[in-house]
Design a protein around this ligand. Sequence first.
Ligand SMILES: O=C[C@H](O)COP(=O)(O)O
Length: 234
Amino acid sequence: MKVLVSPMNLEEALECIRGGADIIDVKNPAEGSLGANFPHVIKEVSEIVKKSGREVSATIGDMEFKPGTASLAALGAAYSGADYIKVGLYGVRNEREVYEMMKEVVRAVKDFDEGKKVVAAAYGDYTRVNSVSPFEIPEASYKAGADGIMVDTAIKDGKDIFSFMKFEELERFIEEAHKRGMFCAIAGSLKWEHIDVLKKLNPDIIGVRTMVCESGRNSSIKAELVEKLTQALR
Ligand SMILES: O=C[C@H](O)COP(=O)(O)O
């Protein structure tokens, strides 16, 4: 299980590297759950992270159903150095829209570099934001050529993914990815008390920020906490 941590700047990215995170996921929490950061930040972080032999991810935002906007943002993230490009399907309402959106994002990214990985992200608390259900994304994402799928939470109010999806549902979500040859990531205000259940679920990737911040999502990521997490998952 790889550990993805979401820093918002270079300083935090260095803490992630020191703590042993596998994937450094550049994000801008001020712009939402999967808020996009600036190209220059992604580029600066990528240059350092790649020297450490780790992978870089970037979120392109909690997107409306705008395949043109999403594909252009995805190309920007890929060009700036991200190995993984995560698309928040926030304003996407159904399977057809997931397919339309992901198809254009995949095309933009893979035309630039076939080796980059595209990830479709749904929200476990989709009913709170009138978004598409996580179970409507695996087939459409696969058909669109995405490499992975993930769930996160849209509203960061302390409620974690387990408040919205049962263990069996998360297990099924992971299976839906695997049976189509995609990888699967689980995120959403994960907490220390979830370590055992995460080990049981064993997704390919877990994604965190709040858990490794010194006091809440808007404070700073600390290397000691990242290290505590990577150790706990071993
Ligand atoms: O991709 C992972 C997210 O950054 C998770 O953030 P969070 O742990 O604050 O919910």
